[in-house]
Design a protein around this ligand. Structure first.
Ligand SMILES: O=C(O)CCC(=O)c1ccccc1C(=O)O
Ligand SMILES: [Mg+2]
Length: 334
């Protein structure tokens, strides 16, 4: 594999309870013959550090202990193989994982960062006007009273027919989480992502059944998918291919979760275009995927290539062509 370091800036920093994301630095990965593309863009908290990623890529065969590095290599290999056989990557993945054809498009959620109740309502209103049927509100960066006002403002702005979710990025203690889950249930949110810190699997299990789903995200990085499923800790898993070691690791997790009756939402770590498209192919491979957190391309001020899968009417279409799609052609290097 050959690697090339890159850095992209966010158009506006994304404020979350886990900190502010302002830029993303990683490695574009190419197979030795230049026919496959991958991306390794680590995000500490979800993956290894940039230095650990670099070392794992240099080592040649990264394993699950460095999921971003493994993602880059696994995606590049899968892309090369699909292009060789003239298949879309999603079709190759769907045949392997589900013996089923892939979808041509995937519903996505709008992502609403921290802000005042008014800013939150404005962001939700814009998303609905743009055609999104689902929005996710970041919470946990301010106190519970303020976030409660934001959750209400978001529901008022969204109306009754739009799906709403919240993401606390592990900010709450058990008491705050119970209170906020009850608010979210009253307002008909479908789930709250990572209400408690990532290590607390059994505590998350105790939060289920309050009329709103519990989704786990960071927990999948600090514990394991098996531990979360064994503890009955979640209604929904948030599956980030960058954190789960690539398309293959992600679809293996999705299969196990669905067998256990747990739904899966595919999202990005605000990746550049190669990994974002990779995540779109993963989501398209999942039969009847729910709205996914893939609408993160517009958060970047610059990218490795123009976005071949912009959001339209709340959906992202799988681009034409073999592998990741013909639109990335300029990034391949023989
Ligand atoms: O899921 C989405 O809507 C967008 C992605 C997102 O929220 C996110 C992006 C980068 C790092 C962490 C997260 C997260 O889900 O917590
Ligand atoms: Mg999350």
């Amino acid at each position: 594999m050959r690697t090339e370091r890159f850095s992209v800036e966010l158009a506006r920093p994304l404020d979350t309870a886990a900190g502010t994301i302002e830029s993303r630095t990683g490695y574009l990965v190419r197979t030795d013959d230049g026919t496959g593309l991958g991306e390794a863009t680590p995000l500490p908290g979800w993956t290894e550090s940039l230095d650990e990623c670099r070392a794992a890529l240099d080592g040649g065969n990264p394993d699950g202990s460095t999921p971003a590095a493994r993602h880059g290599v696994s995606l590049a290999r899968a892309d090369a193989a699909a292009r060789e056989s003239g298949e879309r990557l999603c079709d190759a993945l769907a045949a392997d994982a589900f013996s089923a054809p892939a979808a041509d498009s995937v519903p996505v959620n709008a992502t609403v960062g921290d802000g005042s109740p008014e800013e939150t309502a404005d962001a939700v209103r814009s998303a609905v006007e743009e055609g999104y049927d689902c929005a996710k509100v970041k919470v946990g960066a301010r106190d519970a009273d303020a976030d409660e006002r934001r959750l209400r403002a978001a529901r008022d702005a969204a109306g009754d027919s739009v799906e709403l979710r919240a993401d606390a990025n592990g900010a709450w203690d058990a008491e705050t989480a119970e209170r906020m889950l009850d608010v979210a249930a009253e307002l008909d949110y479908s789930y709250v992502e990572q209400p408690l810190p990532a290590t607390e699997a059994t505590e998350h299990a105790a939060l289920r059944g309050r009329g709103v789903g519990v989704a786990l995200d960071e927990s999948l990085s600090t514990t394991t998918v098996s531990a979360v499923l064994d503890a009955d800790a979640a209604d929904v898993l948030v599956c980030k291919p960058m954190a789960l070691g690539g398309p293959d690791g992600t679809l293996a997790a999705v299969r196990r979760a669905r067998e256990a009756g747990v739904e899966c939402v595919v999202t990005t770590t605000i990746d550049a275009v190669v990994a974002r498209l990779g995540a779109l192919h993963v989501a398209a491979a999942i039969p009847d995927a729910p709205a996914c957190g893939l609408a993160t391309g517009s958060m970047l001020a610059s990218d490795l290539a123009p976005d071949p899968a912009p959001v339209s009417e709340g959906r992202m279409g799988v681009p034409e062509g073999g592998g990741l799609g013909d639109a990335l052609e300029p990034l391949y290097r023989p």
